[in-house]
Design a protein around this ligand. Structure first.
Ligand SMILES: CC(C)(COP(=O)(O)OP(=O)(O)OC[C@H]1O[C@@H](n2cnc3c(N)ncnc32)[C@H](O)[C@@H]1OP(=O)(O)O)[C@@H](O)C(=O)NCCC(=O)NCCS
Length: 150
């Protein structure tokens, strides 16, 4: 098993995007091209954890006043279940100083739903048939966490 990384989360800039290519080569969800455009917007933010030149995890957000939305979070499949996703989310939310955060997640994405629930996110709504997948449509759960930053 790959040892867990202790590398700190860092702000992602446009010059780091090439480090994310392997992470986005496969899998569902937004493309790297779509996410990259967030960095050009004033309210787009991203943090990542990398080691030996390669990104192990990345989290993308938009920020409106003091409310953050998680647009995507991804951990390299070789490094999952080692606490990286949770740590990256916590470190980036602290850096954002957001008072609350919300997100959409596929109802059957059990690893992600379990991670959000462990962190204290609550389900606050459902968008029925929100996601179009090769296998058909799927509901999005809307989840929210109050951070209570003063
Ligand atoms: C969801 C994802 C980011 C989780 O990252 P991760 O680094 O593997 O998660 P962590 O190791 O930090 O896990 C934190 C907690 O989440 C839960 N969890 C994570 N993966 C789980 C799994 N496969 N099964 C059950 N619970 C899981 C556990 O409660 C875990 O805590 P524990 O290990 O103390 O029990 C990762 O699976 C991933 O990149 N998935 C593909 C992309 C994706 O679906 N992103 C979410 C978009 S909304």
């Amino acid at each position: 098993m790959t040892p867990a990384s202790s590398a700190q989360a860092q702000v992602l800039t446009a010059s780091d995007l090439y480090r994310l290519e392997a992470l986005y080569r496969e899998g569902e969800g937004p493309s790297l091209a779509f996410l990259s455009e967030l960095l050009e917007r004033p309210h787009g933010r991203a943090w990542f954890i990398f080691e030996k030149g390669a990104a192990l995890a990345v989290a993308w957000f938009t920020l409106a006043l003091d409310e953050a939305e998680v647009i995507d979070i991804r951990v390299a499949d070789t490094h999952r279940r080692q606490g990286l996703g949770e740590r990256l989310l916590r470190e980036s939310l602290t850096a954002l100083s957001a008072r609350s955060v919300f997100l959409d997640v596929r109802r059957t994405n059990s690893p992600a739903v379990a991670m959000y629930e462990k962190m204290g996110f609550l389900q606050v709504g459902v968008r029925h048939n929100y996601y179009q997948l090769p296998s058909g449509r799927e509901d999005a759960l809307i989840m929210r966490l109050e951070l209570g930053v003063e």
